[in-house]
Design a protein around this ligand. Sequence first.
Ligand SMILES: [Zn+2]
Length: 69
Amino acid sequence: MMESDMGKECVICGRMVAQGRGFQLLHHFLCNDCERKIVHTDVADERYQYYVEKLAVLWRDLSMERMVP
Ligand SMILES: [Zn+2]
């Protein structure tokens, strides 16, 4: 079977990931790998701050979307 669908671009790592290997947050997509990394990254880790900043954009979009009727 040919993989014709390029999938989605992960908002964190920027990779193209098959739709089934992550989840959609409105127009953003987060892959399973990044989700796992975020969950397992220690708060003291400098990468954690990077993830938090990326996710902050998601949460802002999510909250803005909710205000739209
Ligand atoms: Zn990712």
